[in-house]
Design a protein around this ligand. Structure first.
Ligand code: PGA
Ligand code: ZN
Length: 397
C-alpha cells in the first residue's frame, strides 16, 4: 500500500519548473519520476498546469485518495484513483504533469516492491525480446529552435543495427557527422531543445546533409542507417495552408510533397506530416506511401484511444507516438499501445522536448516491445534514456 507521496518542483532541460513525485510504500518500496513537457504540444493533449498549481491541486485532491488506499503494484488502481481525484477528462484539475509523475513513480515503487526492474514489472513474463530502435533527432528547428529548419526534426534511424548499443552509438555518430558536415560547409549551428543541430538553412539543405551523413556513417558502421522526420505540421498550418518560410502548400500539395520526400530519400518514418485534425489527409498519405514507411500520429492522436480509434477507422496512420504525459497516466498510455497493436499499428515510445533525467520511457519501450523509441541523440536528459536502454539490454535483450 502507498504510505506517502511527496511532490516537489524540479528543473527540466529548458530550466523550466516541472513536477517530480516520490511514492513510498508501507513495505519500503520507493519510486521517483518527473513529468516531461512539450513545446509543440497538440491541441488535444491533457492539460499541463503550472507546477506549483499542479502540486497544490494534487496534494489536495489526489494524495488523499492514494495514501493508505491504493497499492503501488496495482497500476490500474492507482491510475483510476488519479482520474477520480481529477474528475475531468483532460486532467485540467490536478494537471497532467502531477498525474503522470505520480503514475510513473507508483509504477517504479511497485517494481521496487517486487524487486523487479521496471520494464519487467510493466511488461511481464511474455514481453517480447526485440529491442526498440532509437530514432535520434540530429537536425531540427520548428518550435524547438529559432530561425532553423521548418521541419521540426530530422531523425537518424539505424534500422539495421544488430544491438541497442550499436544503434545508440550509430545515432551519436550521425549527430557528430552532421556537425562535421555543417562545419565543412561553413554553416554555423547551435542546438535546439532536444540537442539536435539547429542551422539556419532551408529544409532542402538539411535533407542533403542527412542523406550524406547517414550514408557515410552507414558505410562506417557496416549496417543500414536510414532517416525519418517529425514534420510537426500542425505548427505550420494556418489559414488552411502549410506555411513554409519560402512558400505555402495546400493540403494536396503537402501530401504530394511528403510522398515525394519519402520516395526520394527512402524515409523510414514520417511523424505528423499533416495538421493534427486532418484525419483524411493523413489517410491519403498513408495509402500513398504503403507499409514500408511508418506514418506516425503524434499531435493527431495525442496518445488518446478515442482519437486513435477514429484514426484506425479512417486508415489515417500505420503508427502512433506514445507520450504518457499527453494522456496523464501509464494505464492510458498502455491502453493506446494495446489498441494500436490489435489493429496492426506500431507504437513508438517518445520523450518530450522538455525532459529530465527520468528514464521511465526506456523501460516503457522495452515493456511494450515497441519497434522504435524517440528520445534524441545527444544531451544529458536524452542520453539518460539511451544509457538506460544499454543497461536494460545487458539483462534482457
Ligand atoms: P514536443 O516535441 O515535446 O515539443 O511536443 C516533440 C514532438 O513533437 O514529437
Ligand atoms: Zn511530434
Amino acid at each position: 500500500q502507498i504510505a506517502e507521496i511527496r511532490l516537489r518542483r524540479v528543473l527540466d532541460s529548458r530550466a523550466n519548473g516541472t513536477v517530480e513525485a516520490d511514492v513510498l510504500t508501507e513495505s519500503g518500496g520507493f519510486g521517483r519520476a518527473a513529468a516531461p513537457s512539450g513545446a509543440s504540444t497538440g491541441e488535444h493533449e491533457a492539460i499541463e498546469l503550472a507546477p506549483e498549481e499542479a502540486i497544490a491541486a494534487a496534494r489536495d485532491r489526489a494524495v488523499p485518495r492514494l495514501v493508505g488506499e491504493a497499492y503501488a503494484g496495482d497500476q490500474r488502481g492507482v491510475d483510476r484513483a488519479l482520474h477520480a481525484a481529477d474528475g475531468t477528462d483532460d486532467f485540467s484539475e490536478i494537471g497532467a504533469n502531477s498525474a503522470v509523475a505520480i503514475s510513473m513513480a507508483a509504477a517504479k515503487a511497485g517494481a521496487d516492491m517486487l524487486g523487479a526492474p521496471l520494464y519487467q514489472h510493466l511488461g511481464g513474463a511474455f514481453r517480447g525480446e526485440n529491442f526498440p530502435v532509437p530514432l535520434g533527432n540530429v537536425i531540427g528547428g520548428g518550435e524547438h529552435a529559432a530561425d532553423a529548419t521548418d521541419i521540426q526534426e530530422f531523425l537518424s534511424a539505424p534500422v539495421g543495427a544488430p544491438s541497442v548499443t550499436d544503434a545508440v552509438f550509430a545515432n551519436a555518430a550521425v549527430h557528430a557527422e552532421v556537425g562535421d558536415v555543417l562545419a565543412e560547409r561553413g554553416i554555423p549551428a547551435g542546438k535546439g531543445d532536444e540537442g539536435a543541430w539547429a542551422p539556419s538553412v532551408e529544409d532542402e539543405v538539411a535533407f542533403e546533409i542527412m542523406a550524406e551523413a547517414t550514408e557515410t556513417m552507414s558505410d562506417d558502421v557496416g549496417f543500414e542507417i536510414g532517416f525519418g522526420l517529425d514534420v510537426a505540421a500542425a505548427e505550420m498550418f494556418e489559414d488552411g495552408e502549410y506555411q513554409y518560410s519560402d512558400r505555402t502548400r495546400s493540403t494536396d500539395e503537402q501530401v504530394e510533397y511528403v510522398a515525394d520526400l519519402v520516395r526520394e530519400y527512402d524515409l523510414v518514418y514520417v511523424e505528423d506530416p499533416l495538421d493534427e485534425n486532418d484525419f483524411e489527409g493523413f489517410a491519403e498519405l498513408t495509402d500513398r506511401v504503403g507499409e514500408e514507411t511508418l506514418i506516425c500520429g503524434d499531435d493527431l492522436f495525442v496518445t488518446n484511444t478515442e482519437r486513435l480509434q477514429r484514426g484506425i477507422e479512417q486508415g489515417s496512420a500505420n503508427s502512433i507516438l506514445i507520450k504518457p504525459n499527453q494522456i496523464g497516466t501509464l494505464t492510458d498510455a498502455f491502453d493506446a499501445v494495446e489498441l494500436a497493436g490489435r489493429n496492426g499499428l506500431d507504437a513508438v515510445i517518445s520523450h518530450r522536448s522538455g525532459e529530465t533525467e527520468d528514464t521511465t520511457i526506456a523501460h516503457l519501450a522495452v515493456a511494450t516491445d515497441a519497434p522504435f523509441i524517440k528520445t534524441g541523440a545527444a544531451g544529458g536528459e536524452r542520453t539518460a534514456k539511451l544509457n538506460e536502454l544499454i543497461r536494460i539490454a545487458e539483462d534482457a535483450l
